[in-house]
Design a protein around this ligand. Sequence first.
Ligand SMILES: Nc1ncnc2c1ncn2[C@@H]1O[C@H](COP(=O)(O)OP(=O)(O)O)[C@@H](O)[C@H]1O
Ligand SMILES: [Mg+2]
Length: 272
Amino acid sequence: MTTSTKQSGDLLAVENYSGGFLTDTGELTPILHDVTFSLRQGNLTAIVGETGSGKSLIALSMLGLTPGTFRRTTGSILFDGQDLGSMTEPQWRQVRGSQIAMVFQDARAALNPVLSVGRQLIDACRANRGVSAREARTIATEALRDVRVPEPEQRMRQYPHEFSGGMAQRVMLALALICRPRLLVLDEPTTGLDVTIQADIMELIVEMTRSHGLTACLITHDLGVVAETCDDVVVLFNGRIREVGTCYQVLTDPTDQYTRGLLRASRFEEAA
Ligand SMILES: Nc1ncnc2c1ncn2[C@@H]1O[C@H](COP(=O)(O)OP(=O)(O)O)[C@@H](O)[C@H]1O
Ligand SMILES: [Mg+2]
C-alpha cells in the first residue's frame, strides 16, 4: 500500500465541497457540508454511509450529473488538477465516459433500451478509441467475454431487457471499461441484485479494476465488501465526512464514534 502525498498520488481531490438543493421558494437546503477526501491513483476507495448521507450526490458531482436544482456553495472537485466545477458541457463530454466512467445501481435502466448491447458497446468504443467499425465489433465482443458474459457473439445482438440484472451489470462494466477511463465510479453496483450473484459481480469489478490499473471509487453500504476489497475508505454521515483513512486503519481502529457504530452494526468487528 502506498503512502503517496496529496499532490503526487491523487487522481481526484474533493476539497471543502458543500452544496444543496434549491427549493421552490428559492431557498437552499444544504446536503453536503465541507466534504474533503481524495482518491489515490490506482487505489480502490470506498465511500460508506447510510442511505441519504449524500454518497450518490458526491458520485454524480464527479461526473457533472447532479440534478438541475443542485447548487455547489463552497469548494471544488479537482480531477488530475482540473476543477470539474468550472467545466462547460462540451468539456464534460470530453471527460465523461472517456476519463471518468460510472457504473450505476440499476444497469438495465442505465443502458439504452432501444439499442442492442453490441451497438452500445461498438458506439462507445468508436467514440473513444478511433477504431474502425470492424475493429470496434471485435473489441466489443472481447469486452463482453472479459466480463464473462457467455456466448458474447449472440449476446451482442440482444437488447438490455433480454439480460438478467447480473448480466446487465456485466454489460455496464464492459461499457465503462471499453472507453478506457482513468477513474471508475461505482454507485452501489450490486444493490438490488440477487444475493447469490452479488459476490460474483463484486469479485469481477475488483478483478477488472485491478487488472486495468484503474483508480476506482466504490459506493457501498457493505463494510464486509470494503474490508475484503478496498484500499481506502471514506465514512460519510448526513453529508459530513466522519472518517477517512486506509481500510486497515479505519476498520481495525476507528477513531470516530459513528464509524464504530457502523462496524458494530455490520458485525464486522466480530469477524475481524
Ligand atoms: N433531486 C433532489 N432534490 C432534492 N433533494 C435530493 C435530490 N436528490 C437527493 N436529494 C437528497 O439529498 C440527500 C442525499 O441523497 P443521496 O446522495 O442520494 O444519498 P445516498 O446516495 O447516500 O443515499 C438525501 O437527503 C436526498 O433526499
Ligand atoms: Mg445513493
